[in-house]
Design a protein around this ligand. Structure first.
Ligand code: NAD
Ligand code: WQD
Length: 342
C-alpha cells in the first residue's frame, strides 16, 4: 500500500516514514528541502533497510505535484510539509500563507481530480487552542483566533480539509493536533535539525549543554503554575510518529465517505520548563547553565492534552518516557557535534 509523505525529510515526517516502512507501507517522500537535508534519505535507509522513492518538489508547484499522482496510486497521504516558525511567520506572514495554505490547496485540488480513494492525515497543532480555559484540553475546546500567522495557517488548513471531505467522494481525512514533540530516533541517525537559534526548548537545552549556546534563558518563573514556569505536554517523537500510523490504519478501515475528524496527540501530562530542565540534567548526568529571564511574548501559561478521544477511537496511546526522549535528544546533539568536528 502506497503512502505519500509530504515534508517527509523533516523532523516529524522522517520519524513517521520509518514507522510506516516498519509497518510494511510503501513510502514515497516529497520534500523541497527548505528545512531539511537530503542525507536524511540515506539515514532512513540505514535504519529501515529500504530506499524510499524521493522527489525534491515544492508543493506550491502544482504541475510537479500532479505528475507524482499520475504515476502512483496512493492510499494515503501524510501531509507534514509546512514552515513552522512562529516568529518567522509574524515577520513574513505572506510566506506562511503561500507556503502552508497554498501547498495544502494544491494537494486538495489534485486529490479532488483523482478517482482513487485517498486517506489524508494533516499535521495540525495544539497552537489552535491558544490558552484554553479548561485543562486538560479536549477537542471540544474552541479554536481561537490565532496570535500568529503560523497558527492561522493551521486553522485554515484544517477548515479547507474538512470542507473538501464534505464535498468529495474520494477523500477521508484526520487532523492531528500535536502537542510538543521532543527527542530523536534511538539510533541517533535522525532527529530535529533546528535552523539557526532554536525557538523551541529542547533544542535550546541540548545546544546549551554542548556549548553552542552560552546559557538557556527560562522565559519567566512568575506564572501561576506549581513552580512559576510554563507547562507543556511534551511527547516522545516515536509516539507521535506511531500516532500517524495508527491514524492511517484507522482511516483505511473506515467504510464511510466524507469522513473527517481531529484528535489531540499528547501524553496528557503537563511538565513545567524547570521540571523538564531538571529531568534533562538527571537523565544525562549534565549540569545545564540556565537563568531565569523575562516572560516571552505570546507564551501561553499551560497546555496539556486530554487524550481520551485518540486513545478510544484510534487505539493509540503514548508509551515512551519523556526522560528517554531527553536522552535521545542529547545523543542526537552529540552526534551532530561529532559531524561538525569532521
Ligand atoms: P520540519 O521543518 O522539520 O519539517 C517540515 C518539512 O517540510 C521540511 O523537511 C521542509 O523542507 C518541508 N517543506 C516545507 N514547505 C514545503 C513545501 N512547500 N513543499 C515541500 N516541502 C516543504 O518540521 P516538523 O517539526 O517536522 O513539522 C512537521 C509538521 O508538523 C509541520 O506541518 C508543522 O507545522 C507541524 N507541527 C510541528 C510541531 C513541532 O513542534 N515540531 C508541532 C505541531 C505541528
Ligand atoms: C516550550 C516552553 C517557553 C525556549 C511552539 C509553537 C507552537 C508549536 C510548538 C507547532 C515554553 C519555554 C522555550 C527557551 C524557554 N509548534 N522556553 N526558553 O511555546 O509550546 O510552542 O512549539 O505547531 O506553535 O509556538 O514550545 O518549545 O517554544 O517552548 O523557557 O529558550 O519552554 O516559554 O514555556 P511552545 P517551545
Amino acid at each position: 500500500m502506497k503512502i505519500l509523505v509530504t515534508g517527509g525529510l523533516g523532523y516529524i515526517g522522517s520519524h513517521t516514514a520509518i514507522e510506516l516502512i516498519n509497518k510494511g507501507f510503501n513510502v514515497t517522500i516529497i520534500d523541497s528541502l527548505v528545512n531539511s537535508n537530503i542525507k536524511v534519505l540515506d539515514n532512513i535507509e540505514n535504519i529501515t533497510g529500504k530506499r524510499v522513492e524521493f522527489h525534491k518538489i515544492d508543493l506550491r508547484s502544482k504541475d510537479e505535484l500532479y505528475s507524482i499522482f499520475q504515476k502512483n496510486i496512493f492510499s494515503g497521504v501524510v501531509h507534514f510539509a509546512a514552515l513552522k516558525s512562529v516568529s518567522e511567520s509574524v515577520n513574513n506572514p505572506k510566506l506562511y500563507y503561500d507556503n502552508n495554505v497554498g501547498s495544502t490547496e494544491n494537494l486538495l485540488d489534485i486529490i479532488s481530480s483523482r478517482k482513487e480513494k485517498i486517506n489524508l492525515i494533516f499535521s495540525s497543532s495544539c497552537t489552535v487552542y491558544g490558552q484554553a480555559k479548561k485543562l486538560p484540553i479536549n477537542e471540544s475546546s474552541p479554536v481561537l483566533n490565532q496570535e500568529s500567522p503560523y497558527g492561522e495557517t493551521k486553522k485554515i488548513c484544517e477548515e479547507i480539509i474538512q470542507n473538501q471531505t464534505i464535498k468529495s467522494e474520494n477523500l477521508n481525512a484526520i487532523s492531528l493536533r500535536y502537542f510538543n514533540p521532543i527527542g530523536a530516533h534511538e539510533s541517533s541517525l535522525i532527529g530535529e535539525l533546528p535552523n539557526g537559534i532554536p525557538d523551541n526548548l529542547v533544542p535550546y537545552i541540548t545546544q546549551t549543554a554542548i556549548g553552542k549556546r552560552k546559557e538557556l534563558t527560562i522565559f519567566g518563573n512568575d506564572y501561576p503554575t506549581r513552580d512559576g514556569t510554563c507547562i507543556r505536554d511534551y511527547i516522545h517523537i516515536k509516539d507521535l510518529a506511531e500516532a500517524h500510523v495508527a491514524a492511517i490504519e484507522y482511516l483505511l478501515k473506515i467504510k464511510k465517505q466524507n469522513f473527517y475528524d481531529f484528535f489531540n496527540v499528547g501524553t496528557g501530562k503537563g511538565l513545567t520548563v524547570l521540571e523538564l530542565v531538571k529531568m534533562f540534567e538527571k537523565i544525562n548526568n549534565i549540569k545545564l547553565n540556565y537563568r531565569i529571564g523575562d516572560r516571552r511574548n505570546g507564551d501561553i501559561i499551560s497546555a496539556y492534552a486530554n487524550t481520551k478521544k485518540v486513545n478510544k477511537t484510534i487505539g493509540w496511546h503514548a508509551k515512551n518516557e519523556i526522560s528517554n526522549a531527553l536522552k535521545t535528544a542529547w545523543k542526537w546533539e552529540l552526534k551532530l557535534h561529532s559531524l561538525d568536528d569532521n
